[in-house]
Design a protein around this ligand. Sequence first.
Ligand SMILES: [Fe+2]
Ligand SMILES: [Fe+2]
Length: 442
Amino acid sequence: MTVMTRKTAAHAPLPATRDSLIRRYHALLSGDERGTRQWLAALLAQVSVEADDLPATPDQLDAWSAAHATAVAQAHAQYLEQRRQGGPRRYFANRSQALWFLQQVAPTKAVDGAWLHASLRHWQDPRFHGLIRTYLEELGEGDPRCNHVLIYQRLLSRLGCLETPALDDQRYLQGAVQLALGCCGDDFLPEVIGYNLGYEQPPLHLLITTHELAELGIDGHYFQLHVTIDNAAIGHASKAIRAVQQLCPAHDPEVFYRRVRHGYRLNDLGLDTPSLIGRFDLDAELLAALERKRAFGQFMHADRCRVQQRTVNQWLAEPGALPAFLQALQSQGWIRRGQNPSDSRWWSLIDGPHAPMFGVFSAYEKQLWHDWIAADWQQPIRPVLPGSWQAAPMPGYEGEASEACMDTLITRMAGNRHALPEGLQATRAYLRATGLAQEGPH
Ligand SMILES: [Fe+2]
Ligand SMILES: [Fe+2]
């Protein structure tokens, strides 16, 4: 069997849409669901003619998943061996590329789990408990330290990447699909189950990403967490298979499974992860960051700040002059590329609390400067110790209303709201009201 198509293989062509994806994504985030059902139906019609790698019947899914897990494990062992023999990182040439990637996938990560929202209403039906448990775990069971959306936001915040620059419209596709499945889940249940089946099988790129982020000194807890929680033995991946099998109706199982397949294929819409990472262009990113500063910076410098007879204000006032400005900084000796950035005078202007330009560049933008200046110069690796992220146990939540109306609770637990304080509280109340709170070992 080949390794699953999901997020690892060539991607399906992008859906034709008159509405921009970013607009749809933000509308869904704000609770505006108009036209969502039709949009989802159109996407499903589009993927209905695509291929996938699912087995012919649901009872073969266990073997299929096991084979996938084995293939991923072998490919991962091969990767580790290459690295052990001194091979370079496969994904991230430098820290900038990793930070860029984390921002590119932020719209999807901001709605992690959203596609499963409609499962919450079925808490009295045990066949749904695997899906509900998966969703509750995405929500961290209402503990802000474990809520996947919040874990990712804190990661971006620590890395100075909260202010994400405008992203390509396609970066909003998967997030919009997830929110759409969440809000139309009652009408598209087989498709939700199929989407979940694809999304929850741990892919190779997750393992490599986790490895390389740690190597670059970036806390990969969010990714490490998904390696463990989505595991195919008892984790989200196996719960996803159980949901297909248990909810497959006795009459018309073919129709149900066909719809599961279509939902599964939605995972392949858009760019797969390795191709996305490969799109990073350090020069272009640095120039884009500088371009964003140009409008603000062109009046901010004293006239004594000169580079090659021109004031910095003059350089910044002229559209298209930034590549020449970078060249001038090098010719004047402000920047020495291919060396430790701290050897460059320019770096001392932008880095450190007493630097004259302190605060002008975000942590991400400074990383761009750093990696652009360093070029082939290798800096020592400073890996993050595994386990350094682990949270202390959460105290109980006694004292909150337990008789709260289920409908209100479920509404507050939607993909666009669960990470807000009210949503976290609703999640905890839901766990108590349904008796689904996970017990620890006694
Ligand atoms: Fe997650
Ligand atoms: Fe998961």
